[in-house]
Design a protein around this ligand. Structure first.
Ligand code: NDP
Ligand code: HSE
Length: 354
């Protein structure tokens, strides 16, 4: 029996409990492993939930229990999520997270601390919601050189842009629906101002190129200023406005990263990615173009990605340290995109082209 603790019992945390309860038999039949959610840390009580008796409010109960081998952080925000994660690793526990804010700010340290202790720090759900992307990309780096990642990485903004385009819904109304659906961050400015996409593309670039740059150094433009009229104008020219995150290797070995809305032409595979879906194109030197597609946010898809990490850790058993270590060299970030790397399938139509 593998005993785990959940930190945060909101949209994703309650989804993880639901997946483990509903699919416990399936997981056991495929992996031979039984999971027990021994503790759930949250600020609130959940008296009516079947796991309501597992709620605790003191992280030390979890840190001091040697039976707990996996801590799953789904609280959001950097503090105390980071503090609890590093403390869990130092207490000898593997950590799984859906929290891209923590991975983008402290990933290198958490990976290193876990690795040095023969533990793992895993973050599949931090990018692309339910899309398996971190694991396939990590595997790809062992056999191929990735040259570019380009994608729609935020479900909330894609949902808003789609609702504005298809229904003529106002920005404010579409955002309110995305919040109600559980897609948006606690502070939705992270979504609409592009910072969530930026953190995610920085994480993907770190997976691909081994170096995490600070998201604060990356040019980031959100979708707040886009109107239904802008979207109509783009449509008349055969394009669709999308919030595009891109990390591309330049000839001098540096990486250019940006997040901006673009008018995406019909001949680009990201044109058709609508609603809460994300699409991620990974370009490898020998693999060519690989396309990853799925729900980028929402309770159960995200919970599924979290559970895949939990199963991965439990299946590998003891002392399987993280192989991946990230550097944090600011010089790796190319300040300007060379003309030769401008993608003609992204039209500017009044929006900035890097
Ligand atoms: P929620 O706000 O729904 O859930 C967070 C939960 O953590 C809440 O129950 C909250 O309690 C609790 N919490 C917050 N701070 C503390 C604390 N200090 N101690 C104990 N409990 C705490 O967020 P989500 O589930 O939507 O998101 C969780 C994480 O997953 C975030 O990092 C998010 O970016 C990420 N994520 C979310 C996705 C989604 O579709 N929602 C998809 C992919 C990733 P309270 O409500 O009382 O504040
Ligand atoms: N708020 C995020 C989004 C959640 O809408 O994509 C998934 O990371």
């Amino acid at each position: 029996m593998v005993k785990i603790a959940l930190l945060g019992f909101g949209t994703v945390g309650s989804g993880v409990a639901e997946v483990l309860l509903e699919n416990g038999k399936l997981i056991k039949s495929k992996t031979g492993i039984d999971f027990d959610i021994k503790y759930i840390l949250d600020l609130r009580e959940f008296p009516d939930h079947p796991l309501g008796d597992r709620i605790v409010h003191d992280i030390n109960v979890i840190l001091n229990d040697p039976e707990v081998s996996i801590v799953v952080e789904m609280m959001g925000g950097v503090h105390p999520a980071y503090d609890f994660s590093i403390a869990a690793i130092k207490a000898g526990k593997n950590v799984v997270t859906s929290n891209k804010a923590v991975v983008a700010a402290h990933g290198p340290e958490l990976l290193k601390e876990a690795s040095e202790r023969g533990l793992r720090y895993m973050f599949e759900a931090s990018v692309g919601g339910g899309i398996p992307i971190i694991r396939p990309m990590t595997d790809l780096t062992a056999e191929d050189e990735i040259t570019e990642i380009i994608g729609i990485l935020n479900g909330t903004t894609n949902y808003i842009l789609t609702a504005m385009k298809d229904e003529g819904t106002s920005f404010e109304e579409a955002l309110a629906t995305a919040q109600w659906m559980g897609y948006a961050e606690a502070d939705p400015s992270a979504d609409v101002d592009g910072f969530d996409s930026c953190r995610k593309i920085c994480i993907l670039a770190a997976v691909a190129f081994g170096n995490l740059v600070s998201y604060e150094d990356v040019e980031t433009v959100g979708i707040r200023h886009i109107t239904v009229e802008d979207i109509k104008k783009a449509e008349e020219k055969g394009a669709s406005i999308k919030l595009i995150a891109r990390a591309v290797k330049t000839d001098c070995g540096k990486v250019h990263i940006s997040v901006k809305p673009y008018a995406v032409r019909r001949n680009n595979p990201l044109y058709a990615i609508s609603d809460v879906f994300n699409g991620i194109l990974v370009r490898g030197k020998i693999s060519g173009d690989l396309m990853f597609y799925g729900k980028g946010a929402g309770k159960l898809p995200t919970a599924g990605a979290v559970v895949s990490d939990i199963i991965d850790i439990a299946s590998r058993g003891e002392n399987q340290p993280q192989q991946v270590i990230w550097t944090t060299d600011k010089e790796m970030l190319a300040p300007v995109l060379p003309e030769s790397l401008v993608d003609a399938t992204f039209a500017d139509l009044g929006y900035p082209v890097c």
